[in-house]
Write a protein that binds this ligand. Structure first.
Ligand code: NAP
Length: 283
């Protein structure tokens, strides 16, 4: 049976470091502060917002909520983001996405100051992953996947990694972050031919699709490490990942559970980024 790569101990370690740094800032009279900007009442957003607030408050980070109705005008939302950009008491801004269709995601992303972009949504943050300039931050979920691999001592240098998914939120940044760690990376997506063949060749699989059954027992081999970022609901209403867990877990070396894997680490990374943003702002 595979080793379970649980997120909780990873999150605990990151949260402890975050709380320590937040306490030092507090001694200097600085309260690291995160603004949560939410449009609408989607269950997923409300759930994540609660989890983020709980995590931040436990680490000594203040949270301010800015909640807008579904029908909010794009300009009103952007005005708020611009106000947060120039508010020195706010160090990080998280904007819940996807936004409603009448709002331009590109315009909203472009309106955020990269220095406060704690979830890596701006072009400058994303570009920084490729260029190595640390102006912004990595997207939290992508960084969570890497944090799990590092915490459990998975060797990345020289490893063959297959990433399934090429979104800007997860697939692309995870691929580049793995490459930055000297892994040899194959990026798979909906047009990939012979997905199973690509996956079987890999030492590490990171899957971020959102479709249960994307990774089946036919795609895995002994010793592989699987990080399952996908989130979906099965026919019984249970949260599941992309991997057919019960079939694959007996064969592979290590695997993250869903729930309790990547998702458990994401809020700790968000809190960590907020404190780092406060440290950078202090100079
Ligand atoms: P997304 O934008 O929908 O991207 C999904 C990717 O999967 C696309 O690149 C798509 O390929 C690829 N894909 C779709 N069907 C495929 C198939 N049959 N075979 C291979 N690749 C396929 O989703 P996302 O925003 O990246 O999110 C991915 C998953 O992560 C979702 O389940 C989401 O809920 C979850 N998530 C988890 C966390 C967490 O903390 N654990 C946080 C955020 C999101 P194309 O590019 O060709 O369309």
């Amino acid at each position: 049976m595979a080793t379970l790569l649980k997120g909780a101990p990873v999150a605990k370690e990151i949260a402890a470091l975050t709380a320590e740094r937040a306490a030092k800032l507090a001694e200097e009279g600085i309260t690291p502060t995160l603004a949560l900007v939410r449009v609408g009442e989607s269950d997923a957003d409300v759930y994540y917002e609660r989890a983020a607030m709980k995590r931040c408050e436990a680490c000594g980070i203040a949270v301010r909520n800015y909640t807008f109705p579904d029908k909010v005008e794009e300009d009103e939302l952007i005005l708020r983001i611009r106000q947060l950009n120039v508010d020195d008491s706010v160090h990080g801004v998280l904007i819940f996405r996807p936004l409603p269709k009448h709002i331009s995601d590109a315009r909203v992303r472009a309106s955020l100051d990269v220095r406060k972009d704690v979830d890596g949504i701006t072009d400058a943050s994303l570009g920084g992953i490729f260029t190595g300039t640390r102006v912004g931050f990595n997207p939290c979920t992508a960084e969570s996947a890497l944090s799990i691999l590092r915490y459990y001592g998975v060797k990345l240098e020289g490893a063959r990694a297959a990433v399934i998914g090429r979104s800007l939120v997860i697939g692309k940044p995870v691929s580049q972050l793995l490459m930055n760690e000297n892994a040899t990376v194959t990026v798979c997506h909906s047009k990939t031919k012979n997905l199973n063949e690509e996956l079987r060749r890999a030492d590490i699989i990171v899957t971020a699709v959102g479709k249960p059954g994307t990774v089946t027992v036919g795609a895995v081999r002994p010793g592989q490490v699987i990080v399952d970022v996908g989130i979906a609901t099965d026919e019984n209403g249970n949260m599941v990942g992309d991997v057919e867990f019960n079939d694959c877990a007996p064969f592979v070396g290590a695997i993250t559970p869903v729930p309790g894997g990547v998702g458990a680490v994401t809020t700790a990374i968000l809190a960590y980024h907020t404190v780092q943003a406060a440290i950078r702002a202090r100079g």
